[in-house]
Design a protein around this ligand. Sequence first.
Ligand code: ATP
Ligand code: MG
Length: 439
Amino acid sequence: MRWSTYFLPTLKEVPVEAQIPSHRLMLRAGMICLSSSGIYTWLPFGLRVLKNIETIVREEQERAGAQEVLMPTIQSADLWRESGRYDDYGKEMLRIRDRHEREMLYGPTNEELITDVFRRFVKTYRDLPKNLYQIQWKFRDEIRPRFGIMRGREFLMKDNYSFDIDKEGAYNSYRKMFEAYLRTFARLGVVAIPVKADSGAIGGDMSQEFHVLAETGESKVFYDVAFEELRHKDLASLDIEKLRNLYAAAEEKHDPQTCPVAPENLKEARGIEVGHIFYFGTKYSEPMKATVTGEDGQLIPVEMGSYGIGVSRLVAAIIEASHDAAGIIWPESVAPFCIGLINLKVGNPDTDKASETLYDALQKENVEVLYDDRDLRAGSKFADMDLIGLPWQIVVGGRSLSMNKIEVKCRKTGLREDLSINEVIKKFTKSTISDGKCV
Ligand code: ATP
Ligand code: MG
């Protein structure tokens, strides 16, 4: 992508309305644009990140055996009356009337709708277990939307729902999702710590939240100091077995049944809730009559769980966990482009030629490059490139070009190296690249 033609409106000024780094940086890096309170347009640069997160979430859902569906955003109030939640849900639910005066609502979550889909088709234990997921926009009329898309009113959520014949099966589905979440967050390049959760409005008897630790987080969490170790690790290369053991050990120690008081090795911190998993048994299947015939021919209400990931909130959470004074530092797995290529002297035949050669060669190898071909001062280009946080910067036209060298800078470490054009191409192609992403 050539920056000169790209819709990427960066801001020099710090927007006064934004109170936390991710909100400031998302506005300054031209990722989102406020439409009305808590409701945003995703601009091209922001949308690329959102889509990358979606892809990783989707791949891990599929790996765990969940199957994708797409439910409507608008639902009928009648379904929510069946479960008894229509009156309970309160003002966060956006209630709508259609032209026939039928009561509708914009879904804040989808337990009722999926239970309805399930009961229409699944009639016997032989068809279980089932696990269905979607990635769909939700609406909650939050009393205080704030921090940009962190606490929006319209937001993108991955939600899935498991259906099992008995408790044991349901626990198994829950464990599978727990593990899928570990993998998902590790691949996204964030440490998300599972903590026991209050089951809240959804209800039920087993529930955990996943929190990204950040000073700006809205929740107070207690976590095992063992997780500190993870914060300094390269998560993408982390061994999943090790991760699983660490979480398992921590969980065992802090089961509220056996350990009601916070022990010494618990640390208090602020966290951003990026995921939440619930087991709630027959809370919906019973009132909504989602039953199947069991082995002995009896009608049994299915055992259910639901599992959410805040896909749009994750964009902000990742930035909270990964930025510096100059701007965002994208983990490679979600970065909107892998490389920012800066031509420092647009119009100079030597730098133009070197830049175009690199741009073409990398494009050909499916490496995602944002080529800054704008005719601007070097200072502005460097500042913009640091602000938008692409993992790698290639700088053409600095002092090194006279020695036939090009500077490559890693945004995260700040380390620089001078390479020839061929070495640069080699560094970012084939051996180090898979699916168009640096690995
Ligand atoms: P919170 O406590 O932050 O209000 P919640 O517990 O009400 O969230 P869940 O019902 O558990 O939210 O929804 C699943 C996930 O959706 C949350 O873990 C969070 O990541 C995301 N989410 C919930 N509300 C919002 C919101 N207003 N804006 C952005 N993401 C949200
Ligand atoms: Mg929650």
